[in-house]
Design a protein around this ligand. Structure first.
Ligand code: FAD
Length: 458
């Protein structure tokens, strides 16, 4: 359920370019939307925000035209205000329980948050209050939203924070995953610049392969937010043909080459395999790059798909043909290139368990699609190179870091971890929320450590 359409480009217009599809509210629109808020006594929206933004409070400040106060309120809990105002799946989070739903459509909370952040960046944001330097160094590995939240929190507490990022630009999937029509690079870079101004040092093109090296350089605590840079593959016959890509490599190519592609080549007929938001992003990018037809095939039924209802609606409006409850059988090729896709209809053995091993093919429902490009979007996984580099840290499955629930402590003293590498892939706002909590735990650990040093020296 969403009411973003009032400020959204029409589907035909959207497909022509990578222009951001949702426009920012005009001041009168923001004021009117804020005025619809019922100011609930025990606001259910705030309870559903993983980062704990006091939504009622910031909306009330918009009503009183106190936009500086509103952004301060949001940033207290979420330093990536403008980014989450664009990409948060609000219909599954804060908006889900909006009391307005019973009498009207729910409040467009993310659009209001984005409005406040955009206005603030236009005016020139004010730094959050900080304290003087403690002279204690903390290292952060990776620069995605989890790491950025940790960095901002610790810098405000007076720590000397250095982020090490393997890629050429900071931001993680904000920079290399979410496509520009949903999250323009300028919106991400503004927020990263804001965090840098707090004194956070970001060193790009620096892949950390051994955390012990960081301890030797006098970092007193380490945070690991390396995300899931590996792309899963199905293991289908024909997967090695030319014209088969993973969604991550395709989206990175589109973003790195400013809405063109160099390493991947999108043909006229594309099939995307997967039913999540990443699959929707790949499909919408293929359309924008000139594909005449994009089919999306997934195991799940329409209401079982992991993508957010909003992203699904957008893809459908733009003309993506969605085939539900189908399973891929093979990728067909000729002379080393993709020429088709073969799939079959399925039913579930056990209801409610949407995984390949629970799917039963339905005889007689085989079908083929004539395609020249296949994009696999079936999920991400840890980088196995990282797992070796962090050998002292306990991992599970194919390299996910094991960290304590509330403190994000790993099995290695002084090392903390959060974000996708721990929660196995969630959302930007969840990464921020976990990063906030990890920063608190790092602060407590370092305070304990310095207290211990003082008492043992006496
Ligand atoms: C295509 C796509 C679209 C998405 N859309 C949405 C959306 O609309 N809304 C939403 O809420 N969520 C969305 N997500 C999910 C969201 O982006 C992630 O949950 C979030 O980015 C996870 O943050 P993170 O900080 O854990 O890791 P990441 O963002 O993955 O960042 C990890 C960083 O660590 C770096 N790194 C890895 N190893 C090393 C190393 N050894 N040394 C140094 N650096 C290293 C990586 O290069 C990367 O920059 C999307 C994901 C994808 C793939």
């Amino acid at each position: 359920m969403s009411n973003k359409t009032a400020t959204t480009l029409l589907p035909e217009e959207r497909k022509k370019s990578f222009r951001e599809i949702h426009r920012c509210y005009e001041p009168h629109q923001a004021y009117l939307e804020a005025s619809r808020c019922l100011m609930c006594e025990d606001a259910p929206c705030t309870k559903e925000c993983p980062a704990g933004v006091d939504i009622k409070k910031f909306i009330r400040k918009i009503r009183f035209h106190n936009l500086r106060g509103a952004i301060r309120e949001i940033r207290k809990a979420n330093v990536l205000a403008g980014i989450c105002g664009r990409v948060c799946p609000q219909e599954l989070l804060c908006q889900k329980e909006c009391s307005n739903t019973e009498i009207d459509i729910p409040i467009n909370i993310t659009a209001l948050q984005r409005y406040v952040a955009d206005v603030d960046f236009k005016k020139g944001p004010r730094p959050l209050p900080g304290v003087s330097s403690k002279g204690i160094k903390v290292a952060i590995v990776g620069s995605g939203p989890a790491s950025l939240a940790v960095a901002a929190n610790l810098a405000q507490k007076g720590y000397e924070v250095s982020i090490f990022e393997a890629e050429a630009k900071p931001g993680g999937l904000l920079t290399y995953g979410i496509p520009p029509h949903r999250l323009p690079p300028s919106a991400t870079q503004k927020e990263i610049r804001y965090i840098k101004k707090m004194g956070v040092n970001i060193k790009c093109n620096t892949k950390i392969t051994d955390i012990d090296e960081l301890f030797k350089k006098d970092f007193k605590a380490i945070f690991i937010g390396v995300g899931l840079p590996g792309a899963r593959k199905i293991g289908l016959p024909g997967e090695n043909l030319k014209g088969v890509y993973t969604a991550l490599e395709f989206l990175k190519d589109v973003i790195e080459n400013k809405c063109k592609t160099k390493k991947t080549k999108i043909g006229k007929r594309v099939v995307v395999i997967g039913g999540g938001d990443v699959a929707m992003d790949a499909a919408s990018c293929a359309l924008r790059l000139g594909a005449q037809r994009v089919d999306l095939v997934c195991l799940e039924g329409y209401d079982e798909m992991p993508s957010s209802p909003e992203e699904r609606r957008i893809s459908w409006e733009e003309g993506v043909e969605i085939h539900t409850r189908v399973m891929p059988l093979r990728i067909i090729g000729s002379k080393g290139r993709v020429t088709g896709y073969k799939g079959i209809g399925i039913r579930w053995r056990k209801p409610g368990l949407f995984i390949p091993s629970n799917a039963i093919p339905i005889p007689g429902t085989e079908f083929s699609l004539k395609v020249d490009t296949v994009i696999e979007a079936i999920g991400q996984m840890p980088d196995t190179g990282n797992v070796k580099g962090f050998k002292r840290i306990e991992t599970a499955g194919s390299g996910y870091i094991v960290a304590k629930k509330k403190t994000f402590k790993t099995s290695c003293p002084g090392v903390f971890a959060a974000g996708d590498i721990v929660n196995r892939g969630a959302t930007v706002v969840q990464a921020v929320a976990d990063g906030n909590a990890a920063a608190e735990a790092i602060d407590a650990y370092l305070k304990r450590k310095s207290k211990h040093r003082v008492t043992s020296n006496q």
